[in-house]
Design a protein around this ligand. Structure first.
Ligand SMILES: [Zn+2]
Length: 201
């Protein structure tokens, strides 16, 4: 009995001389690792499907025991993103997206939203010139999976939607021009609060 899934190759580790252990983020089962025997052989029909960052259709012998790895039967490449492996900077950003995704979810729990988020980010990384923006947008959206919810529709302090000045990592959102205090002023204000507190004591 085999199981058919579609997924993105997010991690590869060599195993023996010609085999690999592949981790894919699938639509159907979420994160899934499997043994891919012989994929380094020139004659292997599965070598393209297991390309890093590719979207492929896989037929898998799924393991239901925790100590046994699933095994690849066949793989068909659907979308290649090999372009991202040819430039070191793209390679680093691709690695970052994959690592963040891998750590955001447990094995075998489907998450279509995260799947779409990763697929879109990788496609944009291939197509866009401003790669850093792609990664930043991805990271802000993926914070939800890490239990942080950023509201990027208005100023965190006054709710205003205009004259957005900066992002506050402490307040997890935008700060507008009116609410923004230059660092120096903010510091003076904080010292004032400290002095008041020490008077109470
Ligand atoms: Zn404001």
């Amino acid at each position: 009995m085999t199981t058919k899934v579609t997924g993105i190759v997010i991690n590869k580790q060599s195993y023996d001389d010609d085999s690999e252990i592949i981790t894919v983020f699938t639509k159907e089962l979420g994160k899934l690792a499997f043994f891919a025997p012989g994929v380094w052989k020139i004659t292997s029909k599965n070598q393209y499907a297991v390309q890093w960052l590719a979207t492929s259709a896989f037929e898998i012998f799924l393991s239901y025991q925790a100590n046994k790895l699933s095994k690849l039967k066949t793989g068909n490449l659907l979308i290649t993103r090999i372009k991202l492996t040819q430039n070191y900077y793209d390679y680093l950003l691709g690695t970052l997206l994959c690592e963040i995704t891998e750590q955001a979810v447990e094995e075998r729990s489907a998450d279509l939203k995260l799947y779409d988020l990763l697929a879109t980010a990788l496609d944009n990384l291939v197509a866009w010139e401003d790669n850093l923006s792609v990664v930043i947008v991805f990271m802000l959206q993926v914070l939800k999976w890490y239990g942080l919810q950023w509201n990027l529709t208005m100023c965190k302090r006054c709710g205003g939607k205009h004259n957005i000045k900066t992002i506050s990592f402490i307040e997890e959102g935008y700060i507008c021009k009116n609410c923004y205090l230059p660092t120096g002023l903010g510091r003076i204000k904080n010292i004032g609060v400290l002095e008041k507190n020490s008077e109470i004591e």
